[in-house]
Design a protein around this ligand. Sequence first.
Ligand code: F6P
Length: 550
Amino acid sequence: MIGNRMTALEYPSWEKLRQHAQTASKFTLRQLFAANRHRAEIYSLEAAGLFLDYSKNLINDTTIELFQQLAREAELKQAITNMLDGGIVNSTENRAALHTLLRADPTKAKDNLNTHANLVANACKQIKETSQAIRLGSWKGYSGNTIKDIVHIGIGGSYLGPYMLDEALEPYRTKGKERDICCHYVANIDAHHITQLLQQLEPANTVIIIVSKSFTTLETKINAATAKQWLLTDMELKDLSKHLIGITANTSAATQFGIAAKNVLPLWDWVGGRYSLWSAVSLPIAIRYGFDAFEQLLQGAAAMDEHFSQTELSANMPMILACLGLWYQHFFNANSHAVLTYDHGLRYFADHLQQLDMESNGKSVKLNGAAVDYPTGPIVWGGEGSNGQHAYHQLLHQGTHFVSLDFILPLKPHHHLKEHHDWLVASCFSQSQALMLGRQFEQIEQNNNDASVAQELTRQQHKSMPGNRPSNTLLLNQVTPHSLGALTALYEHKVFCQAVILQINPFDQWGVELGKELSQAVYSSIQTGEAGLDASTNSLTARYRKTFPN
Ligand code: F6P
């Protein structure tokens, strides 16, 4: 299982970790547990209402000590303070990354961040007023109707976070006397989605929220224009102010598009898209679940920030997760990290993490511009348990890939069907157990003349499972706005710690730019039929033009 990857991370502890990994690769989880009956308690910790059991990992105290040394050598503590204090951590864009300020107590802001904190406080006021007006019905559409539907248009960080939150918070949906407002999320430029959605809605009862930090993103611009046209089939230009809201750092583009200035809620260049769910980007959450729920979300994240910034590595949840990720990726050849959420509401959590981690740490150049000669961010994927057990878990148990794993489970459900939940919990715990223990068969004496013994041996080989596959288990008491805030912030900080140690910038995303630029040329070739592209793209474009002419 041990990797033979050459890494060039020049920390003195790195070589020690490499040597230690030679020993650790011979550990078996069975032996580690047998050797210390307190292992489950020793390698578990609590923070911001979350509980992490990381005892099912191929580690011992030496591993943690070496990672502590690594953190000191990488000056992780200083890097965290620098980020929290508004240092320019996004060097290629010359920007701070102050998503933590969005959830911090504004009265406690450092002097240099007072202006930013005031902007955040004002934006919060706007989120509160807007959400309450729509939620309580004082916001009326052009015909005097109250609002029944919200269409949130955005993509990437302007979509994945609030969508994930909304699905997770569904049990908190207002029931009974209060009005229930439906929120719909449109990201894809594929018009199948927006056309299917809009045909079910009434413009007079609908508010369209256009969310784009840059207000230049193609998908959002095209979907926004379609939605605006749809509104105008039913109302006049002057009525749009009752049906269009913008959330952006580019106010002038939003107002030019036709959004009333008073309906534009701010974003700032010091908040990255994938870290923006703590801002007005999550306005639908405040509308649908109330401003209190939005505040609790922020408080959960702030509690994790507090833990992250105040706790030393051996008890620091984001740091431990970061170190375990690096441990497997760099010393055990794991390229892939799966997040398996045992909760229907958390089924889009892995999608959010995918952008958070892969857009942040999918880099191949160090902060100093030199190419890395070691792996950076892993492939992040995952999904909902127990569904995955009947799909991709086969590969986790018997496949040839080493995948590092996080199981996430809320202890209390939002329903009363205990039998279901007991089975869900049993499924989650038994998966990590099966991965750890595997299945070995008693040796059968092979007798060449006995076909049935040979057959049995073959059968056993197919059924045997190596085990010794590590995993983390993260427990939430229940899915609440607070626990969701803490959970999401936990992964943000994990990704940051890894970036610091890997010496990369987690806050830019230049890799997505080329595709955007090339799509302009391909689009114009589709319009004009001019074949100025590479041969394959020319031929694909020609085939498209023939099948679906202009
Ligand atoms: O294309 C990637 C990206 O820039 C993400 O980083 C961002 O979250 C998304 O597009 C949307 O950007 P915007 O909010 O500016 O529309």
